[in-house]
Write a protein that binds this ligand. Sequence first.
Ligand code: GAL
Length: 840
Amino acid sequence: MNTRNLCLSAFFASIALLRSVSCADELTPINELLPVAESGRETIEFNEAWRFARFGLMPDGSQLAEPKRLESPLLDDSPWRLLNLPHDWGIEGPFRDDLPNRTGKLPWAGIGWYRKSFSSSESDAGKRVFIEFDGSMSGTTVWLNGEYVGEWPYGYSSFRFELTDHLKPGETNTIAVRLDNKPESSRWYPGGGIYRNVRLVKCHPVHVGHWGVTVTTPKITEENAAVQINTQVEGANDSTEVQHEVRAAASSEVVANKSGANCTIQIDNPKLWDLETPELYVLKTTIIQNGVVVDVVETTFGIRTIEFDADRGFLLNGNLIRMNGVCQHHDLGPLGSAVNTRAIERQIEILQAMGCNAIRTSHNPPAPELLELCDRMGMLVQVEAFDCWKSGKVPNDYSLHFTDWHEKDLRAMVRRDRNHPCVVMWSTGNEIREQNNEAGHAISRRLTEIIHAEDPTRPVTAGCNKPAAGFNGFEKTVDVFGYNYKPHLYQKFRQTHPRQPLYGSETASTVSSRGEYFFPVSNDKSKGSGGWFQVSSYDLSAPPWANNPDIEFAAQDKFPSVFGEFVWTGFDYLGEPTPYNNDATNLLNFSDPQARERMEMELKKLGDNIPPRSSYFGIVDLCGFPKDRFYLYQARWRPQLPMAHILPHWNWPNRVDKVTPVHVYTSGDEAELFLNGNSLGRRKKGEYEYRLRWDDVVYQPGELKVVAYKQGKRWAEATSKTTADAAKIDMSADRSTIEADGQDLSFVRVQVSDNEGLLVPRSDNRIQFAIEGPGEIIAVGNGDATSHQSFQAMDREVFNGLCLVVIRSRKGESGEIKLTAKSEGLQSAQITVKVKKSLK
Ligand code: GAL
């Protein structure tokens, strides 16, 4: 595909129109009175009551031989553990010193078996029956009643297998699933297990195929939208009819209908999907065979245009939008990788509060729930396929499967996700190693081709870290070019390729620990930590390939045709604790020579077993608590929100009379800082400056206050006070009412406060929790990347004043949950979370 002067929506739209298939002209209302076949589609949630056992590498590091024929229906699996999916066996721990830092020091590697017996009714005879996995980590093989059904190696793909030929209608059937997570198969914590949802789907022989409905919106005006529908029907013959009905998701009002497998429906006065008003429509597709309804499928879609323009940037519905994006790994912190809709929703809420409007699903296809939420909440998404192609990054990664599987995985990704309005780009890979050779370019072209064939409406991109990839022809193999950590090359790329859209596919990689500050403060990005495996939160530290946020901001402002950035990362994630991976770069972190010496001795003692197990890259910590940097991004991404934020905290008993720099992040352009009422000067942001700095402040306890101005007018204020000693626990729940569906969560923030209710910055009290009522504590955490305490416990130390408790409802049990928090020497706290009957 020619990528010159891309105006992709228009370009792809014309292709889509050419490909459109003619359809029945007359409007055919759906006849609600048609008989419905008993053998019509039945979708059964298939998550409950699985038996589970581990073999091979065990959590404690020992080996347990895997017996033969574990798929046999005759096996007595009653001694196996009973559990519900989604399940991540890795997060259960324990953390182990001897396991690699980069994959979280958790025992996710090994073999896992899941088995489930279920009864199939006589009426299943003659139906087609499938099992659908949204994702299973990894190397999945499935048997039904002892017979092989299928396999799928990649842990991030969604797939389904047909069970029909092996099913015994009217009898008990046993499904067995074997997973095999090889050590050294990932650069981050992948988790282990059937970690996404599973369904059993029973269909009439004539039915909509897997991901068989495709909706595009090739032509949109204010008055009218053309909605083009392609339906792939399995088992269709001359007596098969296909009818479509579109309703507005919000009001349920039916707005259009039509018949024909492939047709274009006109929607009058379309409500566009936008970031502020993410309007959605639902397409109901009905398959009628000999006058009987045999299948009904619903597809959610949105009406919107996207355009990537080399000069102007990214346009949604014709409006220029800067992509203020973040990269996100798939794990959910203390919950591990087991998918949970509310946990993902909370992440999106926190990111949106910062002004983030885009997520890159680095470096793999996400859970479908993420995209459903982004559709509903108005968040753009770049869906990424792979972290490597043929040439691997770790010995047992996807490179082993690439040749045989890339096409299946790529098609699965696009087919599953192409109806989501939130998805605006596909990425074929991250920092793949073949950027610099012709063979790699050929692979890239092929991947782009596959995606274009499946979806001609969105551009293909890749995240490139090799400077040459922008100039050696690789750039021509993708539609939109993404540079990882190369703000210094934006100008050259733009000059060389005036017509190709460009963005920062991965930016910053600034590292910090929430609430940690080390002195002297250094502008040298390789210095600035120096605590016990923590990194200073002045937001100036970054590994050698990376930058602090301000440098990326400046480059984006100098070259505004760069349409945005995806910061590494929104949330901290499990694994990859740079700069404290177990290598020699550790010592580069120290600006204070004495601290460096202490660390050198510690490292000698520890050898390879250094403790960090989760990242320092997040703008938000592993528990969802914002770090200082959150406010630096908020100041830029939400310029109309009056806000100011001061760092560091102001409890420094050992720094009286010592220079203790104060930095302020504000959406204003100027600010005055006061210490105990005395002005320390009014400062203005210069050109390409994004933070205000008072680097010469001499510490005295008391109150720091900042008054920010915008265009000369008072705009926002913030204070930071020296606190008294820790006196009490304060708790607040993100939601005080949850649903009794066995999935819904309440995230409780637990703070150690002084008598006035101020967070005590360096507190590390251990808090003991007790819970009563219809709920359970499923995780605790505190954002400390070095902690090896279990996430599945009833107590937790606060880390710099905060910890998190995650409460889950029990299915079908409503009432009141009471959570109590106690700690020696502190006033206790109690909080109530209501659980209401679930409507699901
Ligand atoms: C990038 C890579 C990411 C992550 C990041 C850390 O090069 O694409 O996956 O490793 O570095 O800075």
